[in-house]
Design a protein around this ligand. Structure first.
Ligand SMILES: Cc1ncc(C[n+]2csc(CCOP(=O)(O)OP(=O)(O)O)c2C)c(N)n1
Ligand SMILES: [Mg+2]
Length: 685
């Protein structure tokens, strides 16, 4: 450890700035009537020290690629971040702090990515932020491998740190354990977590629910653990924290956990150190008493003297200076590395040139049956040749999910730039890491497991959607078709449950060529997407006989049209599309003229112009049947009042896939029985 010291240039104005930040937190919650004052008051010195003296950032350009990232994992303490963003000049004003938690404000209850400049990720669900941080630290390493692989550690112009401020709740959540385990294994020395060890959660003292040896646990993960006790008066010991941060940055082998002792709501005379100050306004009197304790005027709210604001805003000039220096180096790097620079340009822009995308083609031959998971694996190989920034892996099911990049190399400390991530059997962390990687930017990430275990990732899929992140979930073994593993492994409600997440494209391709096009659309869209893939082999449609797989881009399309004007429509997804086509083909002999619509992605279909949607599903055709080996939820909207839904509204069973399809009525014959049922309904109407 270096000798304890305050940062160079630390001045009394810095002390005062912290004092005002504490009071602003108390005032903002008091004015809003609700919120979380205690932690923001207590952590103001820690956040101030980071934003003013440690983070390499430029508030004039929150997107600067080489910036250090800061994550407030304990998102409930959002004022911890908002006051620093105000101080640094990220565009927040005192009025924004006054409108904390109000409709349309830039200061919502929890920090929201994409809503407030300087917020690197949406936090609130505890545990996610720290896991996002692990993902960001991995992305930083992988990105440097693409851009500047030979620079010594910490000497590349692309090197940067990921700082996380986390609370007890973050460390109690299982996802942080999964993610921290990965961080230790990966030796992410660029990750520094400050753990606000305040002994308090909502229900009271930490001993009610958390008695483990956190040091031993984190050391066992392979972390460097440092301690910072409170200062004598109970406030955060800035000198000790500064020293710990320097020590953490000097670390080149391990992530660091700094256990920072703090007193929640310090220095509120009555409520400090109590759980009452966690999630409620302190009350007028206590706020006034706190201000008196801080040496501020107890009568005045939202105090921030110009002298203080001017002082703290200087950080943005320093940031601009750092950025300018960096830009000079960057220009030289671009000149010396034109190919890498061109890649970087694409990586940052989030758009992939059509000349690249168009090389992802629907050229699977119809001679041979192939599972959609295998088709996805083949497509992944093709994409990985086109895009060096494309990487990913699986939660120990790479062989099953077909998520390996051949020759990509394992991403490990001994092979730091490998393209294949072994997330281990840690689905929840995998999702959070994927989000962190996407948030970091620069690379394109995918991750796989069985669809049934998407339940273990659901919070992360929701957050990916909320933040509109370009992550691709590869979920194979998508139905009872997986067979003998039985009901524990057979997704039933998952398609519907995932479709319920706003903004997540859920894609269940019908054949190999639909898979290829789906991947292309996903890459072009730069948005969250989930691929639901079959374990079992499926026929590859002869596209000279059926319409082109390019229809996938429209979400649903007419794949089979009868010779005569259709009088009924079968709408199906994934492995059930071929059954629907067989049914429609055989129905012609009965005088039934049935159109088949392949509907791989309801979300994309709903985005189409009405004219297109009506051309696929015309109002005039009331005879409709939906076919999906999952629950009925969602299909009534497409089949209408007279339609019939062929679904599976109970759990599966252990038997072969073909047997189960038969047993549960997923056969061409039963599809036609449903068509007749719909005809009867229409006639009776
Ligand atoms: C996943 C999740 N569960 C529950 C909550 C609700 N919640 C918000 S803060 C909190 C715990 C507060 O304790 P701690 O994390 O130590 O924060 P502190 O009060 O010390 O700021 C809980 C349970 C949440 N935000 N996320
Ligand atoms: Mg706590």
């Amino acid at each position: 450890m270096p000798a304890p010291s305050l940062p160079q240039n630390w001045s009394p104005l810095d002390e005062q700035a912290i004092t005002y930040a504490r009071a602003l937190a108390a005032d903002a919650v008091q004015r809003a009537g609700n919120g979380h004052p205690g932690t923001a008051m207590a952590l103001a010195p820690a956040a101030y020290l980071l934003f003013q003296f440690h983070l390499r950032h430029n508030p004039h350009d929150p997107e600067w690629i080489a910036r250090d990232r800061f994550i407030l994992s304990c998102g409930h303490s959002s004022l911890t971040l908002y006051t620093q963003l105000l101080y640094c000049g990220y565009g927040l004003t005192l009025d924004d702090i006054k409108s904390f938690r109000k409709l349309g404000s830039k200061t919502p209850g929890h920090p929201e990515f994409g809503h407030t400049a300087g917020v690197e990720t949406t936090t609130g669900p505890l545990g996610q932020g720290i896991a996002n941080g692990v993902g960001m630290a991995m992305a930083a390493r992988f990105e440097r491998g693409l851009l500047d692989p030979h620079a010594p550690k910490n000497e590349s112009l692309f090197d940067h740190y990921i700082y996380v401020l986390a609370s007890d709740g973050d460390l109690q959540e299982g996802v942080s354990a999964e993610a921290s385990s990965i961080a230790g294994l990966q030796k992410l020395h660029n990750l520094i977590v400050i753990y606000d060890d305040n002994d308090i959660t909502i229900e009271g003292d930490i001993s009610l629910a958390f008695r483990e040896d956190v040091d031993a646990r984190y050391r066992a993960y392979g972390w460097n653990v440092l301690h910072v006790a409170t200062a004598q008066d109970g406030s955060v010991d800035i000198t000790a924290l500064h020293t710990a941060l320097l020590t953490a940055k000097a670390q080149s082998e391990k992530p660091t956990l700094i256990r920072l002792k703090s007193v929640i709501a310090w220095p509120a005379p009555k409520l400090r150190g109590t759980s009452k100050s966690h999630g409620a306004a302190l009350g007028k009197d206590e706020v006034a008493a706190t201000k008196s304790a801080l040496g501020l005027d107890p009568e005045k709210d939202f105090q921030l003297p110009n002298e203080i604001l001017t002082h703290v805003r200087k950080v943005s000039d320093r940031g601009r200076g750092l950025h300018d220096q960096w830009s000079t180096q960057f220009t030289a790097w671009q000149q010396a590395n034109p190919e890498r620079a061109a890649n970087l340009h694409r990586m940052i822009s989030g758009t992939i040139d059509s000349s690249i995308l168009n090389q992802i083609t629907a050229d699977f031959s119809h001679d041979k049956e192939i599972s959609t998971r295998k088709a996805s694996g083949d497509t992944i190989q093709r994409i990985s040749q086109l895009l060096p920034e494309f990487w990913g892996g699986s939660a120990d099911l790479a062989e099953s999910n077909n998520t390996t990049i051949e020759g990509g190399g394992d991403f490990l400390p001994e092979n730091p730039y490998g393209r294949i991530i072994h997330f281990g059997i840690r689905e929840h962390a995998m999702g959070s890491l994927m989000n962190g990687i996407a948030l970091h930017g620069g690379t394109r990430i995918f991750g796989g497991t069985f669809l049934v275990f998407s339940d273990y990732m659901r919070p992360t899929a929701r957050l990916a959607a909320l933040m509109n992140l370009p992550v691709t979930f590869v979920w194979s073994h998508d139905s009872i078709g997986l067979g003998e593993d039985g009901p524990t492994h057979q997704p039933i409600e998952h398609c519907a449950a995932l479709r319920a997440i706003p903004g997540l494209a859920v894609i269940r391709p019908a054949d190999a060529n639909e898979v290829a096009i789906a991947w292309r659309v996903i890459l072009a869209s730069n948005k969250p997407a989930a691929l639901l893939l079959s374990r079992q082999n499926l026929p590859v449609f002869n596209r000279s006989q059926f319409s082109s797989a390019e229809g996938v881009a429209r979400g649903a399309y007419i794949i089979y049209e009868p010779r005569e004007k259709p009088t009924g429509i079968i709408i199906a997804t994934g492995s059930e599309v071929s059954l629907a086509i067989t049914a429609a083909e055989s129905a012609a002999s009965e005088g039934l003229h049935l159109r088949v619509v392949s509907a791989p992605c309801i979300e994309w279909f709903n985005e189409q112009p009405e004219e297109y949607r009506k051309s696929v599903l015309p109002d005039s055709i009331k005879v409709r049947v939906s076919v999906e080996a999952g629950i009925a939820m969602g299909w009534r909207e497409f089949v209408g009042d007279y339609g019939s839904i062929l679904s599976l509204d109970h759990f599966g069973a252990s038997a072969s896939g073909p047997e189960l399809f038969k047993e549960f009525g997923f056969t061409p014959e039963n599809i036609l029985a449903h068509v007749r049922k719909s005809i009867t309904s229409v006639r009776g109407s």
